[in-house]
Design a protein around this ligand. Structure first.
Ligand code: GLY
Ligand code: MN
Length: 350
């Protein structure tokens, strides 16, 4: 049912663009349109059929998928061009993220016109169904469990060993795979916005930044918390509260129809009034779903749409002092928002 809705929406766009076919080569988009879990194939959607072209490795899965026409071939592009010719397609859209070699082949061999289209499936993906929202909520519940484990487990060990324990806990508790490598940054490493884990041992009175994301039933959460092992001085606590204020005030703006760039502007303004804006060196957030970074683009003037799920993640990275980032997953609703991340944002000093 959900798959049919997606295909129907896509066909509406095809009509609008006067196309009689659309070629999908992005593997995440293929999964979205067909439930195909293999990571190698091409989909061609026409008004009559959804062809899924892949090879022998995926034959059984292809034959079991509903509502698709399986085509088994080792030459995906040749098979695609054969369908285009057999179905007398006149104008076929393709994703502008396609590999150049594929484009070149189609340009030479397709009997139809081929038309580059940007972000078509990605735009559909950005608006989540109720079912998808429930999945991201569930992913956040597992994240909460893992965060409680992290708080319980953290002591004077290395970032690496703590990350291994956390990753193991997540996998044991229903998370499938990381959507990016878990970031645990301690002490001086917190000044790097995207630190990687190191063998640095966590010391007494260190700040510790945890940024983690895992797919659960295909949908990812993305959460950051910054805590302290031991006590922090007043200056750090003040900075923490400013970042928290930026998170809360920015979140309050979220609603359907809001120009996305206003989120960044609000966070920046709050940080600026505390002379911290020069340390805010990245965007305010991004869409999440089947991938860790997806639409909507929060740097754009595009209006937010009800059903989109975004992160809000203000952060400051002050050389010689430390870095603080706090990140929640937020659902855009008609009149506001829902915070999907059930983890406290109060400053934790262990
Ligand atoms: N939390 C990882 C990222 O947003 O890139
Ligand atoms: Mn993020």
């Amino acid at each position: 049912m959900e798959i049919n809705n997606r295909i129907n929406k896509l066909r509406k766009y095809l009509k609008e663009f006067s196309l009689d076919g659309f070629l999908v080569t992005n593997q995440t988009n293929i999964k979205y349109l067909t439930n195909f879990t293999g990571d190698d194939g091409i989909v061609l959607v026409t008004f009559e059929s959804v062809y899924l072209i892949s090879d022998q490795r995926f034959k059984i899965e292809l034959n079991n998928l509903k509502d698709i026409q399986p085509i088994i071939s080792n030459e995906y592009l040749k098979a695609t061009c054969d369908i285009i010719s057999k179905d007398h397609l006149i104008a076929v859209g393709f994703e502008d993220s396609i590999e150049f070699s594929m484009y070149d082949y189609l340009d030479e061999n397709a009997t139809s016109d081929i038309v580059s289209i940007s972000n078509l499936i990605e735009s559909l993906r950005s608006i989540k169904s109720n079912n998808e929202i429930q999945k991201i909520k569930k992913a956040n519940l597992i994240a909460k469990k893992a965060f409680d484990f992290f708080i319980d487990k953290i002591d004077y060990q290395t970032e690496r060993s703590l990350a291994i324990d956390l990753d193991y806990f997540l996998k044991k508790n229903g998370a499938d795979k990381p959507s990016f490598d878990t970031i645990i940054a301690s002490g001086s490493n917190t000044v790097l916005p995207h630190s990687t884990i190191s063998n640095r041992k966590i010391n007494h009175n260190d700040l510790v930044m945890l940024d983690f994301g895992y797919f659960v039933n295909d949908y990812t959460f993305d959460i950051t918390r910054t805590i302290s092992l031991g006590k922090q001085n007043k200056e750090i606590k003040k900075v923490y509260n400013v970042v928290l204020d930026a998170l809360n005030e920015t979140t309050k703006l979220v609603r359907s129809g809001l120009p996305a760039n206003l989120l960044y502007e609000r966070a920046k303004k709050i940080l600026k009034s505390n002379n911290l804006d020069q340390y805010f060196t990245h965007g305010i957030g991004h869409g999440i779903g089947l991938s860790i970074h997806e639409l909507p683009n929060l740097n754009s003037f595009d209006e937010l749409i009800s059903g989109q799920i975004i992160t809000i993640e203000p952060g400051v990275y002050i050389p010689g002092l430390g870095g603080i980032r706090i990140e929640n997953d937020i659902l855009v609703t008609e009149n506001g928002y829902e915070n999907l991340t059930p983890i406290s944002t109060e400053f934790i000093e262990l």
